[in-house]
Design a protein around this ligand. Structure first.
Ligand SMILES: C[S@@+](CC[C@H](N)C(=O)[O-])C[C@H]1O[C@@H](n2cnc3c(N)ncnc32)[C@H](O)[C@@H]1O
Ligand code: SF4
Length: 373
């Protein structure tokens, strides 16, 4: 499996918690940026002629903010430059404050067959507090435009004054509107974002409170038929995200656009985060990568284990042996003993028990220490 990630770094307004590479004041660069991005697609496509791609993912930023013809242009370019499977999953991230009928029409024409909508919460006061540009009604409107389409909804936990009832309202709204997939992320608070002040003032729920909201949300999602297949991702049967599953299987992907990361041929590399530098590099015919490193064997082993253990499928011991020539027991004798109460064996697959998946980071700690990465 292999995926293509396309980064669109424009937003109408910056949300108070967001640390992604996205600019609220540079939309006038969208055409020029996308022209560069088309060129980067061409450059990468020439290099990756032997690859067949299964997924395309437009992330951001807000891909639904830029003129939709630029998304259509990007998909035309992807098809012209890469071998894309006929049934490829093609996802576009969408903010409910930036959508209309004509846009949806163009997306469908471009072959987008999956949408990921940022709702975060159904409580309007909380949306306003986060600096979101939409209210819950705008989400309902967006989902009506997407009737019959496969779409996912992003929900956030750990917001100021957020209660279990608020989480229930949010999940119930997403389910009632026909979401096939729900991502439920605990808020991460990064230094330098406006929400950091709320955090310093003790206005955000603490870790235990967020864990309780998560457990509450998880149960409700499962009751409604959304099965957890990764710590933050829940889907109705058959609607798991192929693009993300490829990340967790440590599959290859190519990222284009500013700040996009790639994992190809055993190397991880990331493009520059600077818009001007990105455009200058591409115009001069250079790749705008700022970091590039070959992944050593120890890191590869840990990554393979860590990514697989985030999912309900766990890690295949046979696959591990086949890839690395050693068994998990040979590489992690002590960590396996320490973590034994958190793990279970299902045939050939080692998994984190359901009740410990939320705290997988601490379960993984001894593995990281033992392999010394
Ligand atoms: C690029 S945004 C999705 C599309 C669009 N930009 C939007 O916000 O509606 C990706 C998702 O990441 C999540 N996210 C962003 N910053 C986060 C943070 N600091 N903590 C937790 N989740 C975050 C949000 O749920 C958001 O919907
Ligand atoms: S709209 Fe999305 S990408 Fe833009 S600032 Fe908000 S969360 Fe970040």
């Amino acid at each position: 499996m292999a995926g293509i990630y396309i980064h669109i770094p424009f937003c109408r307004h910056k949300c108070s918690y967001c640390d992604f590479t996205s600019f609220p004041d540079k939309i006038e660069y969208a055409e020029a940026y996308m022209a560069c991005l088309y060129k980067e697609l061409k450059m990468r496509g020439e290099e990756l002629k032997n690859y067949e791609f299964d997924t395309v993912y437009f992330g951001g930023g807000t891909p639904s903010y830029i003129p939709p013809k630029l998304i259509l242009g990007a998909m035309n370019q992807v098809r012209a430059c890469f071998r894309l499977k006929k049934d490829a999953e093609i996802t576009l991230e969408l903010n409910p404050g930036t959508i209309g009928e004509a846009k949806v029409k163009t997306y469908l024409q471009a072959g987008i067959n999956r949408f990921s909508i940022g709702l975060q919460t159904a409580i309007d006061d909380q949306l306003a507090d986060l600096g979101r540009i939409h209210n819950a009604h705008d989400y309902v409107f967006a989902t009506k435009l997407l009737k019959g389409q496969n779409f996912s909804t992003d929900v956030m936990l750990g917001l100021k004054n957020q209660t279990k009832e608020d989480v229930a309202k949010t999940i119930e709204l997403a389910a009632a509107c026909g979401s096939k997939h729900i991502s439920m992320y605990a808020l991460t608070v990064e230094d330098g974002t406006p929400i950091y002040t709320d955090y310093l003032n003790g206005e955000l729920p603490d870790g235990d409170e967020v864990a309780e909201l998560y457990e509450f949300g998880r149960k409700l999602l499962e009751e409604k038929g959304y099965k957890r297949y990764e710590v933050s991702n829940f889907a109705l049967e058959g609607y798991e995200s192929k693009h993300n599953l490829n990340y967790w299987k440590r599959g290859e992907y190519i990222g284009v656009g500013i700040s996009a990361s790639s994992f190809m041929m055993g190397k991880r590399f990331t493009n520059t985060f600077d818009l001007d530098e990105y455009m200058k590099c591409i115009i001069s015919g250079f790749y705008p990568a700022v970091t590039s490193e070959a992944v050593d064997e120890k890191t590869a082993k840990f990554e393979f284990l860590m990514l697989a253990l985030r999912t309900k499928y766990g890690v295949s011991m046979a696959e591990y042996k086949e890839k690395f020539g050693a068994t998990l027991a040979e590489d992690f004798p002590h960590a396996l003993k320490l973590a034994v109460k958190y793990l279970e064996l299902d045939g050939d697959r080692l998994k984190i028990k359901d009740e410990y998946l939320y705290v997988q980071n601490s379960v993984l700690m001894p593995f990281m220490e033992e392999i010394d990465v």
